[in-house]
Design a protein around this ligand. Structure first.
Ligand SMILES: [Zn+2]
Length: 436
């Protein structure tokens, strides 16, 4: 398994990038092409197995099958295995989407013969030699030595401290624009160890929604983040994909017009993705900065594995589910987690059960009190609050006391701060509460 936040949740892992220049292309090209051949073999073999036996082959089956292939012997054995693992992950994601009713998804497909596939070196696949990395190829082949600049393994945390990391995974990626290879980039994932975190402090809770994100802190702070711009970008992205899919379905697959359409789609999506990612980063950075500045020890986020978002909001229709699933909640959470961690704040997922149907002030529960336009109007104590803020406050209560129902709030809330995206400044700024 690859080193990731998922496999090592309490450690800080960061990836640094180093452009290598095109001079090294002749060195890496054969390796990347070999990786591509392994990928295509995976696709071919899996489709054959599915056609003949109506099942997908297992990861071990694929690895055993390709061991004798010439392409396999070009790479370090772990790098070759990594390709199969990536393919397997892609197939699993595809099957999961199909099960969830996304029938428009295509299974992972063949890549063109000259495609430069990203190659991964795992822990045993490389050595550190001073400020150079020695990337191993298959046994008997000369390894590739890559010199890195001074301080390549040092990361500066927001408070100014320098931490030296241990490289745990290395990747070489090709940057391709308009079918031209522009550069090769080395991605080095550094393990910065277990970061010292605040042991004592406030607790903040976050309610992730599509158009608004809410924050409640045990100090009585309430924050509302208006993310309509982000949501509309995500929706526009989905619309763009659907538009291209419609257009391409009328063209012959592989034809010149079809290929032109495909590259236009990729260009357009890359551009949109950059804007979406920038907004997401800005949002999670703001969360982490607020938590860091207010001395928060634990940031609580809803546990998404606990219950489905559609059930939570009471919207059951297919359209509503689509709308809910558009935001990349998982990615946002990953970003918030590491941005928190470098500031000494731990992130803790917690159950969201009943948080949207309970009054945070008096603890009475009634799903009908969540009114239209996202307002919570309590029929018991008369509290009127933005519904997502009510949800965040309940998540905070749930984390602090174990349950949010039948329990009055033990502290009072201050006035709500409202934040929204400023397109000119390219970040979220505080606005007057009336603007929301
Ligand atoms: Zn109430």
């Amino acid at each position: 398994m690859a080193w990731s936040d998922k496999s090592h949740p309490h450690r800080l892992l960061l990836t640094k990038q180093f452009p290598l220049g095109l001079e090294v292309l002749p060195v890496f090209q054969p390796v990347m092409r070999a990786a591509n051949r392994i990928w295509n073999s995976c696709v071919w073999h899996s489709r054959e197995t599915f056609r003949q036996e109506n099942r997908w082959p297992t990861e071990a089956e694929l690895k055993a099958k390709f061991k004798s292939f010439a392409a396999w012997k070009e790479l370090h054995s772990q790098s070759a295995q990594a390709v199969v693992e990536e393919y397997f992950e892609a197939v699993s994601a595809y099957r999961k989407h199909r099960e969830n009713g996304h029938l428009e998804m295509n299974s992972p497909g063949f890549k063109p013969k000259n495609h430069l596939r990203t190659v991964t070196w795992k822990r045993q696949g490389f050595d550190v030699d001073g400020s150079a990395l020695v990337l191993k190829l298959s046994r008997g082949k000369e390894p590739v030595k890559v010199a890195l600049p001074e301080g390549w393994n040092v990361v500066v945390l927001p408070d100014g401290t320098e931490v030296k990391g241990v490289p745990v995974e290395v990747k070489v990626k090709a940057v391709v624009r308009r079918r031209e290879v522009e550069n090769l980039v080395l991605h080095v994932t550094l393990d910065l160890g277990v970061v010292p975190v605040n042991q004592v402090g406030a607790v903040s809770a976050y309610d992730y929604n599509s158009a608004t994100f809410a924050r409640a802190v045990s100090s009585g702070r309430l924050d509302l983040f208006v993310c309509r711009e982000l949501l509309s970008l995500v929706q526009y992205r989905n619309k763009t994909i659907a538009g291209f899919q419609e257009k391409m379905s009328r063209l012959k697959e592989g034809s010149r017009r079809w290929r032109r359409c495909l590259s236009a789609k990729i260009r357009k999506l890359k551009k949109l993705d950059r804007r979406i990612r920038q907004m997401e980063h800005s949002l999670t950075k703001l969360f982490a900065e607020l938590d860091g500045a207010e001395g928060v020890a634990f940031a609580v986020v809803g546990d998404l594995t606990d219950l489905r978002r559609s059930a939570r909001t009471g919207m059951k229709s297919r359209k509503a589910t689509q709308k809910i699933n558009q935001m990349a909640y998982d990615r946002l959470r990953q970003e918030q987690r590491y941005k928190n961690l470098v500031r000494g704040v731990q992130t803790d997922p917690w159950t969201e059960r009943n948080t949207s149907s309970t009054c945070c002030l008096c603890g009475a529960r009634n799903p009908a009190w969540r009114r239209h336009r996202g307002l919570w109007v309590c029929g018991e104590c008369g509290l009127v609050l933005q519904a997502d803020l009510n949800g965040a406050a309940n998540l905070l209560k749930q984390y602090l006391f174990g349950a949010c129902r039948n329990r009055a709030l033990s502290f009072t809330f201050r006035e709500v701060r409202v934040w929204r995206w400023d397109g000119k400044l390219n970040r979220f700024v505080q606005v007057s509460p009336r603007a929301a």
